[in-house]
Design a protein around this ligand. Sequence first.
Ligand code: NAD
Length: 369
Amino acid sequence: MSHRITLIPGDGIGPEVTAAARTVGEATGVSLEWEVVEAGEATIRSQGTPLPDDVLASIRKNRVALKGPITTPIGGGFRSVNVALRQQLDLYASVRPARAIAGEGTRFPETDLIVVREATEGLYSGVEHWVDRDHTAAESVAVITRKASDRIVRFAFELAKRERRRRVTAVHKANIMKTTGALFQTAFREIAAKFPEIPSDERLIDNMCMQLAKKPEEYDVIVTTNLFGDILSDLCAGLAGGLGVAPGALYGETLAVFEPVHGSAPKYAGQDRADPVAEILCLELLLRHLGETEAADRVFRAVWETIAEKKVVTYDLALPGYTTRPVSPSTCSAMAKEIARKIPDVRLDTPLPKPRGAPASVSDAALEA
Ligand code: NAD
């Protein structure tokens, strides 16, 4: 059976990493038919909007999309395409798995978390304004509804049940945010009571950040509101090996869009240098969503083996401190070809090797190199 999928290459490194995902997709043997539509900087120039109607129409028609990152114009009157896409298609559940791959590039090789973030409301509702004419004060409204809180919490528990996860933790700030925080907290407690077989607990956002930085292996599924989820998913991506390897998915009632946690990294655009793994793991999640489980397993295994082997990896996985031996960095396209080459031969009948735990200690300066 052939699957028709909307493909949005996006801006900056987007075209390179989505091309890498297509290379890997072809190697799976699954019949994937890509409907390519443009959004972002190119369509601002050609059509005066970063999110043309044909993009929304294509996703509504195909129900599944693979997306590259899109640059958010600073000023200029355009809202974030990413926020607009989530709101207009009601993609309410942003799911970001953070799993250390082969124990590489992380101080926390046991990390295996999933952040489930409400993606349509909260402080990203776009309700903000200047209070005075001189722009010396501003207000931003956090919209939290019972309906959206219920459905994201239910989504998290159903995901935990389906994927046999250990626990669901709600993250909020209900001690200070007495209405919005408390509403989310109440929704969590009431829905949690309907899933007595799944242990659950709560953390305040500030305490959660400290706990994750110390012992991420103690947490499992985290469910939270929009802004806290945005921050926590980057934090968890860092724990699991960095933005270059962090995939994400957006789910609505009937639609699904798969996009990496990272942005368009404009400084690497056109250099064939970016890490393709995050976008390739988005393809893996997409294949799972389509029911192509074996192909998805093969993609994950091939990524794991390529990273564990460290022969053909991009710069971020070849940094000193991320590897026990010198590795010369490969290109984005070469790494994609290596992952694709491995796909037919990966073994699915053996457990993944336990992560070794690379001696990661990388300075911020090295990461930004
Ligand atoms: P970014 O994720 O693009 O880049 C931050 C740094 O992370 C980069 O300098 C680079 O060192 C590293 N990095 C990111 N992806 C990488 C990859 N695949 N391989 C190797 N290194 C990688 O974040 P930013 O600089 O804050 O944002 C750039 C633009 O992207 C902004 O306009 C922002 O609004 C947009 N953005 C879009 C999305 C999205 O489309 N979903 C998400 C985040 C940011």
